[in-house]
Write a protein that binds this ligand. Structure first.
Ligand SMILES: Nc1nc2c(ncn2[C@@H]2O[C@H](COP(=O)(O)OP(=O)(O)O)[C@@H](O)[C@H]2O)c(=O)[nH]1
Ligand SMILES: [Mg+2]
Length: 264
């Protein structure tokens, strides 16, 4: 078990796949100081064991995230970590963004899901390089998985890397992947109180996309309230309101991406 969030131990059952190619599994980069280290210590109660394991898991992840950051910096690659609940439109936003950016920028994508190649196949259809990470029981990507996926992708210099995290507004908040920016997406079908219910995700992100605005006439979602709640959690958040399917509001998002890369 991953003691930080209670999901399956990330090293077990994680697979990295490329559409049309064979699978490979992960080794632990930082053996022997593995996730299981803490249970060798003596503790008086269970809560202190829990805290030690959590600290070790996150400490190990943070070390690898720093390594990823160095890897990305050396190649001058800008990395975006896309986080949201399942179904908010991450893959659709990626598909549409890729179509509009691929003539100008070198792109690469890492897709995270517990199972299936569905999203990698959708991205592969756009013609850009993609790897799928299946986390098995794991409910988030971690820096170790991303390191292997980046190596498998053979990232080009000066490119833009999108990482679509596993759909979950809780656990991915705790795992730094070494990204340059974290972008949280909420869709208008999810309710405008999500920032209050899942504050850590909004606190750890720099950008918040409100997606599916084409559905606003049909749902009870107050955009101003959603923004107000999110800003209560993190007053630095920058917002984009868009519809990945109709294309409304896509331009400011794409301009922001291009500015990030040019201004880096
Ligand atoms: N109406 C509407 N539907 C959308 C929009 N973006 C995504 N969807 C739909 O939402 C569903 C989930 O989208 P997907 O991209 O797979 O979400 P993910 O799980 O976050 O990757 C699909 O049926 C999409 O067609 C949007 O802007 N408007
Ligand atoms: Mg998806």
């Amino acid at each position: 078990m991953c003691a930080t969030c209670g999901c399956g131990q990330p090293e077990n059952g994680t697979k990295i796949l490329i559409p049309g190619e064979t699978t490979f599994s992960l080794r632990n980069e930082l053996e022997p100081h593995s996730y299981h280290h803490a249970h060798e210590h003596h503790h008086d109660d269970n809560s202190s064991i829990q805290i030690d394991i959590e600290r070790n898991v996150l400490h190990e992840n943070n070390l690898l995230a720093q390594r990823n950051r160095g890897f990305l910096e050396a190649l001058n690659v800008f990395a975006i970590n896309l986080v949201s609940s399942p179904g908010s439109g991450k893959t659709t936003l990626l598909e549409e963004s890729i179509k509009l950016l691929k003539s100008e920028l070198e792109l690469a994508i890492i897709e995270g899901d517990q199972q299936s190649m569905n999203d990698a196949n959708r991205i592969a259809a756009t013609g850009v390089p993609v790897v799928q990470v299946n986390t098995g029981k794991g409910c988030h990507l971690d820096a170790h998985m991303v390191l292997h996926a980046m190596k498998k992708l053979e990232l080009k210099q000066n490119s833009l890397l999108f990482i679509e995290n596993v759909g979950n507004l809780v656990c991915p908040a705790m795992f730094d992947l070494g990204e340059n920016k974290r972008v949280v997406i909420i869709s208008v079908t999810e309710g405008d109180d999500k920032p209050l219910k899942y504050p850590y995700m909004f606190d750890s992100s720099q950008v918040c996309i409100i997606n599916k605005i084409d559905l606003l006439p049909y749902v009870n979602f107050n955009v101003e309230k959603a923004r107000e709640y999110a800003l209560k959690i993190n007053h630095h958040l920058q917002f984009f309101e868009l519809s990945a399917t109709t294309g409304e509001g896509m331009k400011p998002w794409l301009d922001w991406l291009k500015n990030q890369i040019n201004g880096k």
